[in-house]
Design a protein around this ligand. Structure first.
Ligand code: SD4
Length: 306
């Protein structure tokens, strides 16, 4: 499938986010505005424990958010370990537009947000606090990620509480311009101060308006190690279709850390300049949502290695 405008994003919850982005894209709006508007839906969704408000806290009980955004001109902005502000993506966009910097972290990021009119909130909602307190009983450091049919992923909480993850979104607008956004509360119960791939340009997200964009979800350490999203975009520059580029990037993770790769989930999602898209993940269970003029609620199952 190809064509523009189009917006794609990680996981099933990407459907609602895409639909918000589509409101911008269908009116010939800018991809940058679309991706910001889109991922804000996931950030505000309290039922989602891995993005924005309602996200699971770190091991000390602090909800800390990581996010980044990148536009068609190569401008980018990011926040890492941001607390008390739901819409980390909007703070990242402000870093891009209003500062000479690319990334602000922790206290400085919060201060910048509050100075720019964001309101200080408590992001730890009762259900996430409860999950954290459960976790404290054993304090097991196994990464909790989305892998269907693997007991270690679902044993801790009933239902599909873990069946959600970071949102990474890529959009191609009616003018043929690309932008991307990525936002997360990171790995549940991470060490205080831990930052994942999601706010790191080139790791969790990369956009090159000549070629395409890529984003990732899963265990961020392995994505940082391989500069995953940049790799996917560079492979597309060499002529790889989106799916093949994502496959090569997950294979790189397997090659570098074969034993780790079997135990964790990482998924890449890519969109090229023609509006072609694809994904690849280490494990089964990765899904992504696609929205264009033909269909606004498509969910695609990602291909996978293991
Ligand atoms: C991270 N990639 O912080 C993110 C997490 C994620 O839980 O995608 N899901 O490593």
């Amino acid at each position: 499938a190809a064509g523009k405008p189009v917006v794609i994003s990680t996981w099933d919850f990407g459907v609602a986010a895409n639909q918000a982005a589509w409101e911008v894209l269908k009116n010939k709006g800018r991809a940058l505005d679309a991706v910001e508007r889109g991922v804000k839906v996931a950030e505000a969704d309290l039922s989602n424990p891995t993005v924005g408000k309602g996200g699971y806290p770190d091991r000390d009980g602090h909800v800390t958010l990581d996010a980044c955004i990148m536009d068609e001109l190569g401008n980018c902005g990011a926040v890492a370990a941001l607390e008390h502000v739901t819409h980390a993506i909007s703070v990242a966009r402000l870093v891009m537009e209003k500062t000479p910097h690319v990334m602000l972290v922790g206290e400085g990021a919060l201060q910048f947000a509050l100075d720019n009119g964001f309101v200080r909130e408590n992001l730890l909602i009762p259900s996430s606090e409860k999950a954290w307190k459960e976790w404290l009983k054993e304090k097991q450091y196994k990464p909790i990620i989305n892998i269907e049919n693997k007991s270690f992923n679902t044993e801790r909480l009933p239902g599909n509480q873990y069946n959600h993850d970071t949102i990474g979104m890529l959009a191609l607008d009616a003018h043929g311009n690309l932008s991307g956004a990525c936002t997360t509360s990171g790995m549940a119960f991470k060490m205080r101060g831990r930052v994942g791939d999601s706010p790191i340009i080139g790791a969790g997200l990369y956009v090159d308006n000549e070629v395409g964009g890529a984003t990732s979800t899963g265990v961020g350490e392995e994505v940082i190690r391989t500069v995953g999203s940049f790799l996917v975009v560079e492979l597309m520059r060499q002529g790889y279709p989106p799916e093949a580029a994502c496959k090569e990037a997950v294979e790189r993770i397997v090659k570098k850390k074969p034993a780790t790769a079997k135990e964790i989930q990482v998924g890449f999602l890519a969109l090229n300049k023609k509006g072609e898209y694809g994904s690849y993940a280490l494990q089964s269970g990765f899904t992504y949502a696609v929205c264009n003029k033909d269909k606004q609620d498509l969910i695609v199952k990602g291909k996978h290695i293991f």
